[in-house]
Write a protein that binds this ligand. Sequence first.
Ligand code: ADP
Ligand code: MG
Length: 726
Amino acid sequence: MPRLRFDSVKAAYAKKAVEVAEQGRPSEYFGEMVFNKTAMFKYLPQDVYRKMVDVMDNGAMLDASILDAVAQGMKAWAMDHGATHYTHWFSPLTGSTAEKHDAFIEHDGKGGVVEDFSGKLLAQQEPDASSFPNGGIRSTFEARGYSAWDPTSPAFVMNNTLCIPTVFISYTGEALDYKAPLLKAISAVDKAAADVCRYFDKSVRKCRCYLGWEQEYFLVDRDLYMARPDLVATGRTLMGHESPKNQQLDDHYFGSIPKRVAAFMRDLEIEAMKLGIPAKTCHNEVAPNQFELAPIYEECNLAIDHNMVLMSLMKDVARRHGFVVLLHEKPFKGVNGSGKHCNWSLGTDSGVPLYSPGKTDKDNLRFITFVVNTLAAIYRHNGLLKASVMSATNAHRLGANEAPPAIISSFLGTNISEVLDHMENTDNLVRILSKHELRLDIPAIPELMIDNTDRNRTSPFAFTGNRFEFRAVGAEANCSPAMIALNTAVAEQLVLFKQEVDALIAEGEIKEDAIVKVLRKYIRYSKPVRFDGNGYSEEWKQEAARRGLDCETSAPLVYDRYLDKESIDMFAKMGVMRENELVARNEIKWETYTKKIQIEARVLGDLAMNHVVPIATRYQSVLLDNVIKMETVLGDDEGRRLSEENIKKIKEIAERVSEINRLVAKLIDTRKQANRIESEREKAVAYHDRIAPMLEEIRRHLDKLELVVDDETWTLPKYRELLFNC
Ligand code: ADP
Ligand code: MG
């Protein structure tokens, strides 16, 4: 079968672009499918509405007596919005991909409207959860787990189903999902930050944690995608020779968006807005066919739910436009991968952003306090932070000389670096003018201190004006593990900081003096994590090792950082996770890592033996036939002399095919050995050390054969087709 030609397909979808109808203004449909305050106001009795608002806005305890009324109102609203089913919606530990998430959605089993939706059903359920990974928690501790409503993230209707955000925990209290520890981490950092804020403003009651993610993704034509077994099974191309043109010209970035893609984006934006996701920017990314969607930042828990919803929504909408969305961190070799930058900050309940400098000395001291404590947290737990974003798929980005390196460091920009240096090297920063007035000798920090020229794109944890941007998170990942690690580490550090400041105050030190003293200590302490240079350079790797930063690149070994004493103590002290939960989660991480590489190995073996080798052999026969005929017609010597190039090709094919046969057999054998290993950790290490490199070795031969075999015979879509058709 000749390879698909798809110009006609392209034309058809471009036509569809014109048909995507204007659906009114965003302000008219934003949040239409969300059971938000407006909907609650309409569907709930007044006193119930007021109590719900108190729960959502102020974290008040949920009053069990209102559950039935909320359930009734929610059901009525959902049915008015087309829902026939409801589901407790949660993020199990498998990760974040929409297909997986879809599979967990449960209906009532009867396929009809649920009539008996009660407060009990809203608040808690026992999903049939035996197939979710739990790292041994459920078998060891308690067989059952339950899902419990998270009222801080509003319910919504998607695909005719009322989705109720929930946490998923075992009956003995261990978290079986990402949300339960996330909520604990957020609450820990909120409290610790508020305590520190009160040094500067006594009226602060609460702090909030914000997240603005930027989702990168690739689009490929659905027909071409279906013709690539590797894309279908693993989300990335396991073979494929680089296209003669890819991103050398940088002409894709901010270039004009193709019509068919524009139609998809518009559609996606509208659907996202209906679900309350404040989608703001859509643009081309660096690589061909790569794009980005970023909403306006929101409170961390909601932002993460919205990202999960968006990832699944993208896939649905793409289907309507004849596309497939690739969220894999590295779908194409030699082409930029996809990340999910997590813009993170804290703010007070009265709306003061804690990572923005202010106008007064006191504001600036508060700003520096939060920056320095964040740096100290990042430094202390740099290995853990890397572990929080590491996966079999993201490993292709981390440390692979493109997106953030596999060393966590922080870029602050010259301005703040100078301020910290000044503080570190100057004594008597606090000058008391009178009983009520003091002066801080800290250089002024202009509000817009970091413009685009002062940005370091190679930094995995960069300060970008009013927030930190954690760039090492993978495109496919649930942001939760990263946000759990970051928020818990910052909470721990803020608590420590406050204890030390309080101790100095108790000894009679003036508050500001005490703060500055402890800050100077942490400026010195966190210095090794500050790095403004090129994060991709070889020198940095050596320098980072000298500074004692974690430089490990092997994913299974990076996961060990979760079980370091400092990590276990930190999670326990902050009330986020217990040691047995961390152990269980690591088991899942190792197991998932192994499975991913295992699937890739199987698929590559199949591609090699059932696609490439037969195709190459067929073409080789054509060449052989030609050589023999040449000899027959022109005589042996003349025929052979003129067939020199073809004979070379015949030999190359023969040699490569023989190498491929040998390597695939070896791959199968190595896998068998690895599969016999009992320990999940050791098995993952074996897959990393022995199997993953073999995939690259086999690929090299397959890619060379792609260049030798004639285009018409080659059935698999090539990079130039996958990457340049939208
Ligand atoms: P860039 O591509 O330049 O990094 P974008 O505009 O694409 O910036 O995305 C920046 C993201 O950061 C957006 O989601 C934005 O809402 C978010 N953001 C802006 N300010 C803050 C803040 N103080 N805290 C958290 N996120 C923020
Ligand atoms: Mg960014």
